[in-house]
Ligand binder design. Structure first.
Ligand code: ZN
Length: 241
């Protein structure tokens, strides 16, 4: 459900399976709005409440194609086959969405400021900030003001963010227009989810995003770090404006 509606905060579901893995309880539901860790975006947290018990979800993982909600304890009892209500910690998720959409903007802003295509070698989205690593031999520090300006111009334009799924071949051609490639996707991936900042940038992404760039607020570039071996790291944050 997080793919159909990234703004879904609460939902009803049925418990398919309860399990214990090491010292944690795992819950599989027939549907969920909880985002499992992946693609540089952390898992959601929140609560799952049943008639006779509830769990506080501390971690969510995709395991063999199933979204597993993990908790360290169950209050009361949650039984397989029963109805439950899930609620994600919305403030946290929304902060992650703002930093994730900001990350797509910054990735493209860095390339435009440097005027060269730059492969991304790593990324991490967090609640209060995000970072991107670029394979690039020159110090990006002198470009930071320009990167921030380009990114915030696109925030102000309030461009819509479009998510679509395409066959790999079509997706390859589509992102090429935006100087992106699908090289890092495993070859078995044949359906590709594309996140596009309308007419400005598009790339493959499995994360949850804002409806439009204006919701970011303001992007503040925090710092540049040299990771050595021709890798430049940029840290930034989406702030309320
Ligand atoms: Zn992404």
């Amino acid at each position: 459900m997080y793919y159909e509606d990234a703004y879904l905060k609460e939902f009803d579901a049925r418990v398919l399976k309860m399990m214990k893995i090491d010292d944690r309880y795992g819950v599989i539901l027939d549907r969920t709005a909880f985002y499992p860790m992946g693609g540089g975006q952390p898992a959601d947290t929140g609560v799952i409440k049943g008639k006779s018990g509830e769990i506080r979800v501390a971690d969510v993982q995709m395991i063999n194609g199933a979204v597993v909600h993990f908790a360290s304890e169950i209050r009361g009892e949650i039984r397989e086959g029963t109805e439950v209500r899930g609620a994600i910690d919305w403030d946290r998720r929304y902060a992650l969405m703002r930093n994730h959409t900001a990350a797509h903007l910054v990735a493209e802003a860095v390339r435009r400021a440097a005027d060269t295509p730059m492969p991304i070698t790593g990324s991490a989205i967090d609640v209060d900030k995000a970072r991107l690593d670029f394979a690039h031999k020159e110090n990006l520090r002198p470009l930071l003001p320009e990167i921030e300006r380009i990114a915030n111009d696109v925030v102000k334009e309030d461009r819509i963010v479009v998510v679509k799924t395409m066959k790999r071949e079509e997706a390859e051609k589509y992102v090429e227009k935006f100087h992106e490639s699908l090289k890092i996707l495993p070859p078995q991936v044949q359906e590709v989810r594309i996140v596009e900042i309308k007419d400005w940038h598009a790339c493959a992404c499995g994360g949850t995003h804002l409806k439009s760039t204006g919701e970011i607020g303001t992007i503040k570039v925090l710092k540049r770090v040299s990771k050595g071996k021709g890798v430049e790291r940029i840290e930034f944050s989406a702030k309320e404006s």
